[in-house]
Design a protein around this ligand. Structure first.
Ligand code: GLA
Length: 425
C-alpha cells in the first residue's frame, strides 16, 4: 500500500487502479488481485487538499496551483542531447492549495503523500532543505524571488495522485504547481517559458539532478488528447494527436523506485557529452551512421550514441505513425525503444525488463517500454481499448507473481498542462 493512500481516505474517482497483493513467499493465486480500485479525479484531489488545509492549518483555501504528471511516449534520454521528445501530460496530478500564512516570515508546506510538514523562512533557505521534496518548492520560490516576484507568508497543503519516484515526473509537477501557486498568491503572471526555466533550475540547482527540459515543458504545455513534440535544441514544440479512444495507454509501476540524483543519470549524460566531444560534434543531435562506426574503439560510447541516434529517429517515426493512425507501427516503435534503452543505453533493470516482456506477450498489446529516466519506475503499454481491463489484470497478476509484491496500474489520458486558480474549495 502506498503512503498517500494510507494518509487520506480518498473518495472513489473514475480512474482504474488495479492493485495486486503478494503477501508471502507462498504466494496464492486468490491473493493476486485483491482489489480493483480507483484513483481520485482532479476535483476530488482539490476537495481533499482543501479539507486537509482546514484540518492542518485551520485556514480556508485561497489560492491553488495544479500540475499534471507526464508519461514519455518516446524520445528517452534525447532531451539533454539536444534531440526530440514526445511526452504526454497525464491525468494524475499534484495539487497545492494555500491560504495566507499564520506564522510570521514563514512558509509552511504539508505533504499529504509523505505526511510531513516542512518550514521555509520567507527570507529563503540555503538551497539545501533537509527534506528533498521541499527543495523543489524552495527552488521555485527562490527563483521567482530572483525574478522580482516576492512570496508572502503562506500555509500550503500538497496532495498528489502521482506515485513518487515512479518516473512520471512527480517532481516537475510539484515545481510547476508551486510556480502557478505563487502567481495566484502574488497576482503576477509569468510566461510559460519563465515557469519552465524556473522549474528546470529548481531540479538542477536545488534537487541536484542534471535533467533536460522535457518534463517541465510538457507538464506546463500539455494539451488534452495530444502528445507534445519538442525540439530540445531550438525549444520549438507542436501538439500531435494521440491515437484515439480505441487505443489505451496503461502505465504500470515496476515497484522499483528510482532516484535520478543518485548519479547514474548524470553518468549517462557525461558519456553522451564525451561521445560528442570525441566526434567533434556540438551534441549527439547531429549523429549520422558513420559517426557510430567512428566510435569503434569506445564500445560503451558507441552504444550510448547509437541509442540517441536511433531514438531520435523513432520519435519522428512515431509522429508519422500517430498522424496516420498506424497503431501497429506505434506499438513496434515502443518495443524497439525499450530494446535500445536496455541494451545500448543500459538504463533499464531486471524488474522493468520482466514487466515489459509480460506486457508485450499479452493479447491486444501493441507495444511496451520503460518510460522516464529509468533504473526502475514505470512502463508504458499501448493496448487495444476493448481488452485493456483483461490485459491489465493479466500483466499485473503475472508481474506480482514474479516480484512478490503489489504493483500499481493506471490507465492514463492526455490532459492540459499546469494552471493556477483563485479559489474556494
Ligand atoms: C528524466 C529527466 C528528463 C529526461 C528523462 C529521460 O525524466 O528529468 O529530462 O532526460 O529522464 O528521457
Amino acid at each position: 500500500m502506498y503512503a498517500y493512500r494510507e494518509m487520506v481516505d480518498w473518495p472513489a474517482g473514475r480512474k482504474h487502479w488495479l492493485s495486486g497483493s503478494a503477501t508471502s513467499a507462498t504466494f496464492k493465486e486468490k491473493h493476486v488481485l485483491k482489489m480493483i480500485e480507483t484513483t481520485p479525479s482532479l476535483n476530488e484531489l482539490i476537495e481533499q487538499a482543501g479539507e486537509l488545509l482546514r484540518l492542518q492549518f485551520g485556514t480556508e483555501p485561497t489560492w491553488m496551483g495544479i500540475a499534471p504528471g507526464r508519461v514519455n511516449l518516446i524520445g528517452e534520454h534525447t532531451d539533454y542531447n539536444q534531440g526530440w521528445v514526445l511526452p504526454i501530460a497525464i491525468d494524475l496530478y499534484t495539487v497545492l492549495v494555500a491560504a495566507p500564512g499564520t506564522v510570521p516570515n514563514t512558509i509552511r508546506v504539508f505533504s499529504a503523500s509523505l505526511g510531513e510538514q516542512a518550514i521555509l523562512p520567507l527570507a529563503g533557505g540555503d538551497g539545501r532543505h533537509p527534506l528533498i521534496w521541499m527543495r523543489y518548492v524552495e527552488g521555485v520560490i527562490t527563483e521567482y524571488r530572483n525574478l522580482g516576484v516576492m512570496c508572502k507568508e503562506m500555509d500550503i497543503v500538497a496532495v498528489s495522485s502521482l506515485p513518487m519516484g515512479g518516473g512520471l515526473s512527480s517532481s516537475a509537477a510539484l515545481a510547476l504547481a508551486t510556480a502557478h501557486l505563487i502567481e495566484a498568491a502574488t497576482a503576477q503572471t509569468m510566461t510559460s517559458e519563465e515557469r519552465i526555466a524556473v522549474s528546470v533550475s529548481a531540479e538542477r540547482g536545488y534537487a541536484g539532478v542534471p535533467c533536460g527540459i522535457m518534463d517541465q515543458t510538457v507538464v506546463e504545455l500539455g494539451r488534452a488528447e495530444h502528445a507534445l513534440l519538442l525540439d530540445c535544441q531550438d525549444e520549438i514544440f507542436s501538439h500531435v494527436p494521440c491515437l484515439g479512444s480505441h487505443i489505451s495507454m496503461l502505465v504500470i509501476h515496476s515497484g522499483v523506485t528510482h532516484s535520478l540524483a543518485s548519479g547514474a543519470y548524470a553518468a549517462r549524460r557525461g558519456e553522451c557529452e564525451l561521445a560528442a566531444t570525441k566526434l567533434g560534434l556540438s551534441s549527439l543531435r547531429f549523429l549520422e551512421p558513420d559517426h557510430i562506426n567512428a566510435l569503434g574503439d569506445h564500445p560503451v560510447l558507441m552504444k550510448r550514441a547509437r541509442h540517441v541516434m536511433t531514438e531520435n529517429r523513432r520519435v519522428h517515426a512515431m509522429v508519422t505513425a500517430l498522424r496516420s493512425g498506424d497503431k501497429h507501427c506505434a506499438g513496434a516503435l515502443l518495443s524497439e525503444s525499450h530494446e535500445s534503452l536496455r541494451d545500448d543505453f543500459a538504463v533499464s533493470c531486471d524488474s522493468v525488463d520482466r514487466l515489459v516482456a509480460l506486457a508485450q506477450a499479452e493479447e491486444g498489446v501493441l507495444g511496451a517500454r520503460m518510460t522516464g529516466g529509468g533504473f526502475g519506475g514505470c512502463v508504458i503499454v499501448l493496448v487495444r481499448s476493448e481488452v485493456v481491463d483483461a490485459a491489465a489484470k493479466a500483466i499485473c497478476r503475472r508481474y506480482t507473481e514474479y516480484a512478490g509484491k503489489p504493483t500499481q496500474c493506471f490507465t492514463v489520458d492526455a490532459v492540459a498542462g499546469a494552471r493556477k486558480m483563485n479559489t474556494s474549495v
